[in-house]
Design a protein around this ligand. Structure first.
Ligand SMILES: [Zn+2]
Length: 506
């Protein structure tokens, strides 16, 4: 009989006790295969799923499939009431254009009627009329949000034609309303105004009621501003960072939005948890996220346009690919023995295409303490484009970027080079679900292969997916996740990024 192992000695080296053997890691990562990737994307983006609009019976079907997989893997339910799903409430809102308007008084006088000069886009308004001073914002934003005090409570007239997103402009500010000058061609304008009186789905309880956004035809805006000395540069591609904010205290904007609201709808997030092996670190969590929804069909109201006989926006790359990455990562991690030190949360959200709804709801109604979430690794569009390269957005904002570089270099067999954000002007950092974690203080990385001509088209099909390449990206995400989950220290923000992104300061 062999002598009993003296655990008292080994316990001085807790790190060694919890480490996974190379063989265990190899065995886990080998479950991430191209065959699995293409099979799962085939299920999620099948025509029978009708493009997974939020909400829809097909989205619920996809959520049930993912919950079934999480259960089969042995993950703990991380949703509501001991289930794998967290459901968030939605409302259906239609406006009455005849009882809604935007009016300017004071130094500038104008009456913009909905359907003629203006159209409602989204957001909430109080019953009756609201009024506030106008602030004119022009040029293109940087990734530094403007001083919120310049916009809080004001009506923002946005004359930006050079790119960037509205989110980049307003940051943490809470304007009373946003007027968006638009040069939409006549046909699209007609389509937009016709749409505004049809019921539209909204998030029922957004964190802060989002201000109403109106589109105003540019010629009406220019006519109203003539004689005020406010000039407008409508050329696209204005120099990046040329944002200008001009208060116009002599002008009062009055607006009214009559809305017909019906409730009772909801949509799912799917959440599975793999508990960590370290008695202390298991109270901390590494998230793996991807969005399971897409644009649906032309009737879904999410912007899917038919082409020829094809009227299903399958969203194979966007984002059946990222959803598959979350499922495949979960399947690999459950094979590890022992498990990673920190706990892992696998979450597929919905409503991303509507405006990051599912992740926004989760960030406000987390099912594990958000302060204990050490990182979110988000995958949105990882099945197309480059064979050996993946863009990773957000590397510069925390030490996760350096960790990823190290993990990538340690796995040359993956032939997958993680590169920095090469499209900073597009503001991708603000455009997928990780952002809702980042703004709550969670360091993130966003794996993204860039857009392509099939982006948001019916042609984003399963047949165009490069499953072999995607499997290598998921393996990279797996190795990175394992590194973060086992590390002694949790990831750290770059202090300047923390001030800007989390605290909303300049
Ligand atoms: Zn999309």
């Amino acid at each position: 009989m062999a002598a009993p192992l003296r655990l008292t000695c080994l316990s001085l080296l807790p790190g060694l006790l919890a480490a996974q053997s190379p063989a265990s890691v190899r065995q886990a990562v080998s479950s991430i295969t191209a065959a699995d990737v293409i099979r799962r994307i085939g299920i999620l983006a099948d025509d029978s799923m009708l493009g997974r609009a939020t909400p829809s019976p097909q989205l619920d079907k996809v959520a049930a499939y993912i919950a079934g997989e999480f259960q089969r893997f042995g993950l703990k339910p991380g949703g509501d009431n001991g289930s794998y799903q967290q459901r968030y409430p939605l409302t259906s809102v239609a406006i009455v254009p005849e009882s809604s308007y935007v009016r300017l008084t004071g130094d500038v006088r104008a009456e913009w009627k909905l359907g003629r000069d203006a159209s409602y886009y989204r957001g909430q308004a109080r019953a009756g009329e609201s009024s506030a001073e106008m602030v004119v914002v022009s040029g293109t934003p940087t990734d530094r949000p403007v001083d919120p005090t310049k916009l809080n409570g004001k009506v923002l007239l946005y004359l930006g034609f050079g790119g960037g997103t509205l989110q980049q402009v307003i940051g943490k500010a809470q304007p009373a309303a946003i007027l968006f000058a638009t040069t939409l061609p006549e046909e699209e304008w007609q389509e937009r105004t016709a749409r505004q009186s049809r019921p539209a789905i909204q998030l029922a309880a957004p964190e802060a009621a989002s201000p109403p956004i109106f589109f105003i035809r540019l010629d009406r805006v220019l006519a109203a501003l003539s004689g005020t000395g406010i000039t407008v540069d409508t050329s696209a591609g204005t120099r990046n960072g040329s944002l200008r904010i001009r208060p116009v205290p002599g002008v009062l904007v009055h607006f009214a939005l009559r809305q017909l609201v019906s409730t009772g709808l909801s949509a799912p997030n799917v959440i599975g948890i793999l508990e960590g092996s370290d008695p202390r670190l298991k109270r901390e969590y590494v998230f793996f996220t991807g969005h399971m929804d897409h644009l649906g069909t032309p009737g879904s109201g999410e912007g899917c346009a038919a082409r020829g006989t094809d009227s299903i926006c399958n969203g194979a790359d966007d984002d059946a690919s990222g959803t598959t990455a979350v499922i495949e990562a979960a399947e690999a991690f459950v094979r590890l023995s022992p498990r990673s030190k920190r706990s892992l949360v696998f979450m597929t959200v919905s409503g991303e295409e509507r405006g990051l709804w599912g992740s926004s709801y989760y960030a406000n109604h987390p099912t594990v303490p958000l302060a204990n979430v050490v990182a979110d690794l988000n995958t949105d569009m990882v099945g197309r484009n480059w064979k050996d390269t993946i863009a990773v957005i957000g590397k510069e904002h925390s030490d996760l970027g350096a960790t990823l570089n190290r993990v990538g270099a340690a796995h040359p067999e993956l032939h997958m080079q993680p590169i920095d954000d090469i499209w900073p002007q597009e503001g991708f950092y603000f455009r997928s679900d990780h952002y809702n974690f980042a703004r709550k203080g969670v360091p993130i990385l966003f794996f993204f292969n860039g857009t392509h001509p099939d982006y948001h088209q019916v042609s984003d099909e399963v047949a165009k997916i490069d499953a072999e390449k995607e499997a290598r990206i998921i393996q990279l995400v797996f190795y990175l996740g394992l590194e973060i989950a086992n590390a002694a220290k949790r990831p750290q923000w770059n202090p300047d990024s923390f001030r800007r992104i989390v605290q909303g300061q300049n």
